[in-house]
Design a binder for this molecule. Structure first.
Ligand code: C2O
Ligand code: CU
Ligand code: CU
Length: 569
């Protein structure tokens, strides 16, 4: 049936012409979110029902719009009949809130992490991370966007009306079997889904529009551009806005990576343009290029018969309509100041080497792959990193293909790729970087701040999900003098936000009206502030002037003693 369908495409290419409107995921705002992980079904091919998974729906999930500084609560209700996890990819949260493979949400249970949004305005995403099941759960459809907003971004003249001039676009290649069910581990991912549909088109206004691009594919890298090589401007990398919009006509996006771009469509009403992947231009060794490895004998079974590999194909057609009211009509000259971490401030360098588990042509390109000789083991901590450490990670790829390396907890700055300075669009904050094959290297610098936990680790791994599931992953814990799990609340006393930027609010459920004795100490135990006050339901502790770091708050009332650990940003 599948073959007949593909044959029909060859004979009647009009069948492949943008025919479905691009769905824009519903946006959720506020500070409390309810996300139901559920099973569903979709008809991707007429007459065939494909089993799917989604969040608050059949496939994919809502876009979560968060404000920096807000304390948010996520309620993840697992209505699947199997365990999973949900990870906030790119966000800086405590290990216990990070949703890695250790933080399992059993079927029929709810997980409710609570955290302060500390990230810069950018596009992040959420997806499952259960060990050996990540590729399957993402393939079946669990993933969604997170848009973080902040004051720096709000001060710029940028399109930001969700679904009107600011569009989330997730690109995913998928493989289907003869019954049109998803196949998880295969190189036959020859069907392209954009926001969950095939052959999409999108109506856009004739003005500056913003596309938030996410490569949500399991393995495939895209080389994005527009038909006719129309110029566009990259404004953001994985974890933040760039210093200025960068004009370009090609943008390589590996699995897990995000980029925000602006397109100037002034005066183009009535015209249309096509976002494509120019995969014929991808360097060999990148999954998606004509050849999976520069090593001619290195192969991936089934790779060469996938028509997407090494060819140029359409992703999304944009039909330009009339402008909206109050359109943005110019590309801004500058964006936000950049503060890269100086290389000289590094306290330590760590070496991570990617290797095939078995030598030989298939092992070099198809894997499984290991990092520093070891396959992922849930019970082995690979690195212990002191809280506050500034580190250079040197990645060396001794395999036959490129791997998109991703690390949790932090954003990093790329120092060099194969020894040379990175291109301008890789200079911003990143959490995924594609490491070239055959001895290729990447060095990045980052700092492990704010969160220490002596039990729950953070992950680093290849973001080709089949590689990750097959063991190309490791884990680290951040250790610190206050290796508390995370900032605390205690029975009868809650604190928000925590971490805080301007002030902590202590909310008392008991003892209100009594006299309380308040002491705030720093992490060396020195008293910073002490005062007596009648316990109000909410007592505010300003902290804007305090240096960033950990603090201990003690409150004594008539019959109770509270101790809280507080984090100042
Ligand atoms: Cu997007 Cu550890 O993952
Ligand atoms: Cu992540
Ligand atoms: Cu990989």
């Amino acid at each position: 049936m599948r073959t007949i369908y593909l044959l029909a495409l060859l004979l009647f290419p009009f069948l492949a012409m943008a025919q479905y409107p691009l769905p824009i995921p519903p946006a959720l705002t506020g500070t409390e979110f309810e996300l139901h992980l559920q099973k569903g079904a979709r008809e991707f091919f007429p007459g065939f029902t494909t089993n799917t998974m989604g969040v608050n729906g059949d496939l994919l999930g809502p876009t979560l719009i968060l404000n920096k500084g807000d304390l948010v609560t996520m309620n993840l209700i697992n209505e699947l009949d199997e365990p999973t996890t949900i990870h906030w990819h790119g966000m800086h949260v405590s290990a216990a809130n990070d949703g890695g493979p250790h933080t399992v949400i059993e079927a029929g249970t709810t997980w409710s992490p609570q955290f302060t949004v500390l990230d810069h305005a950018a596009t992040y995403w959420y997806h499952p991370h259960l060990h050996m099941k990540t590729a399957e759960h993402v393939t079946k459809g669990i993933a969604g966007f997170i848009i973080v907003k902040d004051e720096e971004e709000a001060a710029l003249e940028l399109p930001r009306s969700y679904g009107e001039d600011d569009f989330p676009i997730v690109i995913q290649s998928r493989a289907f079997d003869a019954d049109m069910q998803f196949i998880v581990e295969t190189a036959a991912d020859d069907v392209l889904l954009v926001n969950g549909v095939r052959d999409p088109y999108l109506e856009v206004p004739a003005q500056v529009v913003r596309l938030r691009l996410l490569n949500g594919s399991t393995d495939r890298t895209y080389n994005l551009g527009f038909e006719g090589n129309i110029e566009f401007f990259q404004i953001a990398t994985d974890g933040g806005l760039l210093g200025e919009p960068l004009p370009m006509d090609r943008l390589q996006l590996a699995p897990g990576e995000r980029a925000e771009i602006l397109l100037n469509l002034n005066g183009m009403a009535g015209q249309s343009l096509t976002l494509k992947s120019f995969s014929s231009e991808l360097a060999s060794g990148i999954y998606g290029a004509a050849s999976p490895s520069p090593m001619p004998v290195a192969t991936i079974p089934g790779y060469s018969s996938n028509p997407l590999n090494g060819s140029d194909f359409d992703i999304l057609k944009l039909n330009v309509g009339s402008p909206s009211v109050n359109p943005i009509t110019a590309i801004p000259a500058t964006l936000v100041p950049q503060n890269p971490i100086p290389e000289a401030s590094a306290q330590q360098t760590r070496n991570l080497t990617f290797q095939p588990q078995q030598m030989g042509p298939t092992g070099m390109a198809n894997g499984p792959f290991v990092i520093n000789g070891a396959s992922f083991n849930l019970d082995v901590i690979n690195f212990e990193i002191p809280l506050g450490n500034t580190e250079i990670w040197q990645l060396t790829n001794m395999t036959g293909i490129s791997h998109p390396f991703h690390i949790h907890d932090v954003q990093f700055y790329v120092l060099d790729v194969n020894g040379a300075p990175p291109p301008a669009n890789m200079l911003g904050r990143k959490d995924v970087v594609l490491v070239p094959p055959m001895g290729g290297t990447v060095r990045f610098i980052t700092r492990f701040e704010d969160f220490a936990d002596d039990e729950v680790p953070y992950m680093y791994h290849c973001h080709m999900l089949t590689h990750e599931d097959a063991g190309m992953m490791g884990q680290f814990i951040v250790t610190g003098p206050n290796a508390t799990k995370e900032p605390s609340s205690t029975d009868g006393l809650k604190v928000y936000p925590n971490p805080a930027i301007d002030a902590w609010n202590l909310v008392f459920e008991e003892n209100t009206g009594e006299e309380g004795y308040f002491v705030l100490r720093n992490s060396f135990g020195q008293t910073i502030r002490q005062f007596k006050s009648i316990v109000e339901p909410t007592v505010q502790i300003p902290c804007a002037e305090l240096p960033a770091g950990w603090y201990i708050m003690e409150v004594r009332t008539g019959d109770q003693n509270y101790v809280l650990s507080l984090l100042k940003r």
